[in-house]
Design a protein around this ligand. Structure first.
Ligand SMILES: [Fe+2]
Length: 155
């Protein structure tokens, strides 16, 4: 929906900035999770290979939904590696990681997104954008659950 005035326009931009950061973070974590799906080794290979696959597939759907929410608000969605790199807080890992290090990197990434999605959701709610707020809250729920599952593996 088009904002009525300058104040509403600025409020909507704050929501779009939040969504754009979550999009970039989710895309970055998606690539990282798929990389680990391919390259994980060790006695738990099968279990981790499948678990990472479920996680990156879920994120692939979420990425599309978040980008299309930005478009529905009338803004251009980030969509290039350059933009994602600038917007994301999730860092690349060294080339060679063992399965424990992969799990710990994914826990960190999921925790970063759940924390940032929570903040972005509160901003959206403050500006009466219940749709964006709901979408972001659903991302908090997914990433908290994924972080819990990964933490349970590493205990
Ligand atoms: Fe695969």
């Amino acid at each position: 929906m088009k904002p009525d005035n300058k104040k509403e326009e600025n409020e909507q931009i704050s929501v779009v900035i939040g969504l754009s950061h979550i999009l970039a973070d989710t895309y970055t974590l998606y690539v990282k999770t798929q990389n680990y799906h391919w390259n994980v080794t060790g006695p738990n290979f099968q279990q981790l290979h499948m678990l990472f696959e479920n996680q990156y597939k879920e994120m692939a759907l979420a990425i599309d939904e978040i980008a299309e929410r930005i478009r529905a608000l009338g803004h251009k969605s980030p969509g290039s590696f350059k933009e994602f790199k600038e917007l994301s807080s999730i860092e690349d890992d060294p080339d060679k990681l063992d399965s424990r290090q992969m799990i710990s990197s994914l826990i960190k990434g999921n925790e970063i997104i759940s924390r940032k999605a929570q903040e972005a959701s509160l901003i959206a709610r403050k500006y009466d954008d219940e749709v964006s707020s709901g979408l972001l809250t659903s991302r908090v729920s997914v990433h908290e659950k994924t972080a819990w599952m990964l933490s349970s593996l590493s205990e």
